[in-house]
Design a protein around this ligand. Structure first.
Ligand code: AMP
Ligand code: MG
Length: 342
């Protein structure tokens, strides 16, 4: 299969063509403000199966359903609690996924058999135009091959999915750069399942109490039942093993300097770049700029695969705001191989 790149800037039929593919039961790479997704008609079991095949994704890892208008929530969820309405009002369109009781119309293939469904209304104008044109909710995980760092440009999608899907819709580099925050509203108390573009602090400002799921900070064993199945897999990983170094940035930089070999790659804050100039080094913005860290993290991790590095050391961002999401993705890329420098 040849994968075509559809660019709405140079081709005014691009979005229509991508929507027609979705309606025909095909899978399309699509931009969102978080990361690029692999979209398919959420009502079509056979189309959804193609997403799992293209990614090599385990069947027990459910997909997020994307809608273009708040009214469409009723098509995918059986009941919408008051808390969901408040969150939608505050953060939609945007990088927030809510886990709600699922409607019968959503097939098991999307939810991995769970009684709940994850729903998001993205803010990227091309994503919304595509979903509207398709006329159906669009199930979409990140567009990377399973286990690889997520895709934040159309070029990343072509790298992972070239030859496996019919088309990728161009939408520029992703503005948020890490996946959506996932909050479950299906239990007794709101629970943060995955940190992302909307911070825990922002959620608490609207909902009051929000419980932090333990899979956010710790490694979860294969035998343990987790709330968001995706959280248990090694994820986001470049080929070389990653070690995340946590602590004061000045100290973590010195720690990394002491442990370097000629075959070490370094992912550091911009202000420490001068220490690592002789090495394969990538910067992720300054220590105080988590928004830039989020935008750069996946591209930086991916880029090490074009080098010969045998190991990668990464400085860990602080745990607040969107930094919690960046730190979580790095720790998962490292399989939770973390060094705490005190
Ligand atoms: P991705 O965007 O590729 O990281 O994949 C979607 C993520 O959403 C996965 O980690 C899933 O575990 C999570 N997810 C989707 N639907 C649900 C659900 N109903 N309950 C809990 N987590 C979900
Ligand atoms: Mg993913």
């Amino acid at each position: 299969m040849q994968t075509i790149l559809l660019n709405p800037v140079s081709d005014e039929t691009a979005i229509d063509r991508a929507a027609a593919l979705l309606r025909a039961g095909e899978v399309v790479g699509m931009p969102t403000e978080t990361v690029y997704g692999l979209g398919a008609n959420a009502f079509d079991t056979a189309a959804v199966a193609k997403i799992f095949a293209a990614k090599g994704r385990p069947q027990d890892n459910p997909l997020i359903v994307h809608i273009a208008d708040p009214d469409a929530l009723e098509q995918v969820s059986a009941s919408i609690p008051e808390s969901a309405k408040r969150l939608a009002e505050a953060f939609w369109p945007g990088p927030l996924t809510m886990v709600l009781p699922r409607a019968d119309s959503i097939p098991d293939a999307v939810t991995a058999g769970l009684p709940t469904v994850g729903v998001r209304l993205p803010s990227h104008p091309i994503a919304r135009a595509l979903i509207r044109q398709a006329g159906v909710p669009v199930a979409a995980p990140s567009a990377n091959r399973s286990g690889r760092p997520s895709t934040t440009t159309a070029a990343h999608v072509l790298e992972d999915m070239g030859g496996r899907i019919p088309a990728v819709l161009e939408g520029g580099p992703c503005q948020v750069g890490v996946e959506s925050t996932i909050v479950s509203l299906a239990g007794e108390r709101p629970r943060l399942l995955r940190p992302g573009g909307i911070s825990l602090e922002q959620l608490r400002a609207v909902l009051g109490e929000v419980v932090l799921d333990r899979a956010v900070r710790e490694q979860i064993g294969d035998d343990v039942q987790v709330s968001a199945p995706g959280m248990k897999y090694r994820h986001y990983a470049p080929n070389a093993p990653v070690t995340v170094v946590c602590g004061e940035p000045e100290r973590t930089a010195v720690y990394i300097q002491k442990h370097l070999t000629n075959e070490t790659g370094v992912l550091c804050f911009t202000e420490f770049a001068y220490l690592f100039e002789m090495h394969e080094m990538r910067t992720m913005g300054t220590a105080l700029d988590p928004l830039t860290q989020a935008r750069r993290i996946f591209d930086a991790l991916r880029s090490f695969d074009e080098t010969r590095v045998q190991e990668i050391y990464a400085q860990c961002p602080a745990d607040d705001g969107i930094g919690l999401a960046v730190a979580n993705r790095l720790k998962k890329a490292a399989g939770f191989q973390v060094v705490n420098v005190v």
